[in-house]
Design a protein around this ligand. Sequence first.
Ligand code: NCD
Length: 359
Amino acid sequence: MTDQDLDLRRSEVYLQQYHPVPIQGDFVGKHIVTVDQFERADLQTLFDAAVSLRRRMRQQDRGLQEICAGKLMATLFYEASTRTDMSFQAAMRRLGGEVIAASNGVQFSSVYKGENLADTVRAAGCYADAIILRHPHVGSSYHAAYYLDQLHAKIERKATVISAGDGIGEHPTQALLDLFTIVDLKGDVKNLHLGGLTITMVGDLRHGRTVHSLAKLIARSGTENVHLCFVSPSSLRMPPKVLDLLRQQSISVYETGNLNEVLRDTDVIYWTRVQEERFATSDDYDEVKDGFIMTSAVMQQAKADTILMHPLPRKHEMGSAMEHDLLDKDSRAVYFQQMENGMIIRMALLAKVLRGMYV
Ligand code: NCD
């Protein structure tokens, strides 16, 4: 068994055996590994902080620099990232904190020599207060959380892991920024309200961790009367575990392979990339990659006030680069606002986890 296989096995074990601590009004020092830790009140607390931080940032309030002054954040990205990585770094710096990373990326750290996840994470935990972890194995952030708790018994400081995506599992902070964007633009951000909205997620719902976390977080937001539509090829449907959870919460769910059935009734379109890196063979990917392509012609069928979201990066699921330009001109395309919200919500989360303060 290779070092990687062993790490994979151990992440599977910790996914079952490590129990993340619910936020329940207190974010300080908590590992953030799943949206299941959040209740409606916690979301409202975080969104209130995000609104306040956004206002202060736009006013160029220098007081922001004091919020995380003296705190250090380490980034450990075992998978590619642009937005999640840079927005966490920007968030920490805007709050006056500092950021460290392996000089040439995690692949050229001792990971190259075969060091396991538990040891690399604890190395980061010896130096930093928060560790942002993206890793291909489902459960890797639970695995990290377990070992950081062990480390706490050896050193006096407590380091906190925040998941930046674990394989095809979850992407909790993306879901936080996505839900914030939806309530900010289509609901009521001061009173977490999504009621009456139809939210349609399209594309690779099987491997897309952003849609797993977002669907679960919508259920946890406690909003009544929200409708979820899942549009995908039959081989890329939302995992049964997520569907069961939604049904338990009495969320109305409609699955289809035909976007036209739901497009005209949709208020929020959440488009996703087919996750090429998760397929066993390139033939498997080629078979489904062109299933759903969003273009300005498709957007013409949507309502005048529907918003179009995408976690990005985008490829051909939004057509050619020329098509991207056309779509971007549509005021209903909000993925740039969504991206900026990524930094703002991560500022709110870092402030709450590292300082717990009212912002
Ligand atoms: C997503 C991810 O990494 O899961 N991107 C992101 O974090 N903004 C979506 C994707 O890669 O398709």
